[in-house]
Write a protein that binds this ligand. Sequence first.
Ligand code: FAD
Ligand code: UDP
Length: 381
Amino acid sequence: MSRGYDYLVVGAGFAGAVLAERLARAAGKRVLLIDRRDHIAGNAHDYYDAHGVLIHKYGPHIFHTNSDVVFEYLSRFTAWHAYEHRVLSMVDGQLVPVPINLDTINAIYGLALTEAEAEEFLRSVAEPVGEVRTSEDIIVSRVGRLLFEKMFRGYTRKQWGLEPRELDATVAGRIPFRTNREARYFTDRHQAMPARGYTALFEAMLDHPDIDIELGVSYEEARRMAHRELIFCGPVDEFFGHALGRLPYRSLRFEFDTAEGGLRQPTGTINYPNDHAYTRTTEFKHLTGQASAYSTICTEYPQAEGDPYYPIPRPDNAALYQRYAELARATPGVHFVGRLGTYRYYNMDQVVAQALTLFERLTGLPALTGLAEPAAAPAAG
Ligand code: FAD
Ligand code: UDP
């Protein structure tokens, strides 16, 4: 096309897809969206496996948010299947709830405390920590050393290849603790899965005449396509040719095991903090509510090499990222966004919110411009 694109968007995950959609539909821009993978939806990509089970290619993705704006925005493109995630952790041969709650405390300590007693009990086992800086600090200061050793230390070592004291408090601090019997993993206002899956949600978002999509194409190949502005959702250090050094990322290997029949685990996810090379197993049918003759379980094996899935929150990495962020600010016409573009351990809803904010900044338009139609009705069941 002769006049070129207004925006080249690199990366068809949540960050890139939200910006492509908003810039085209709300601001009338011509957008070229590319991804070096052969599919849209980034790490949220899902598909039907050989047995017809809807699975998540890059590990289990559970949607939850406290943002009404994010939920309203996505509801324009999907109906929802209500789902509240639950996780059990295998500790000393028994399955106990995560986040830690009254039942976890009683099971691990062999007690029969009430809620009020559990509060007092945790106060007695919690270790005072001056300034809470690390993932060890935050857990031992909340629930004490025994629960830290049994439920957090081994899991964190496996997941990150680091000791909890080498990671920011925000990592293990993602998991709350409770003294009541609340057993849901998340307590966000909105908790639901896209009724027909994430990939279908992305297809609806990107179905617009002013969005061209090219898959299996890297930024290196696409950069010669005429465009005014660039939105980059890949790793920020890669964009700058690792000029300041490599930002570390943690990767995973996924194993999928499909068997005929009903559900094989009692909750969506089981964590294995202490044994095995894997951290957790997730059975997709719990999440999706799919009625299928088969069921697939995904097992996650953390590893150093491979796709960059997790930025690693610790002070030296944050300092290196800040230097890349300075380079980014000094690069006109290029906007970095998303989990890799801004090196932030963000959930999907946080990435959507970040992308909507960038859209507002780029165009001066309110985030939900042009989405007057009512939100899609929730799916039955
Ligand atoms: P991505 O989805 O990673 O998209 C970036 C895209 O850019 C990729 O598709 C990549 O191929 C492409 N790309 C990168 N560089 C280039 C290049 N040079 N040229 C072309 N293309 C390029 N969040 C939740 O809210 N709930 C969950 O339960 C949850 N579970 C998760 C489980 C796992 C195992 C992982 C790894 C993440 C999980 N997340 C979850 C986080 C969620 O995946 C991210 O928040 C979200 O997908 C980030 O979107 P993004 O667009 O920033 O990045
Ligand atoms: N974590 C842990 N034990 C658990 C669950 C979580 O030690 O049973 C720690 C671990 O460091 C993990 C972090 O808390 O990486 C965040 O857990 P979350 O389930 O939010 O991780 P994600 O789903 O993002 O992989």
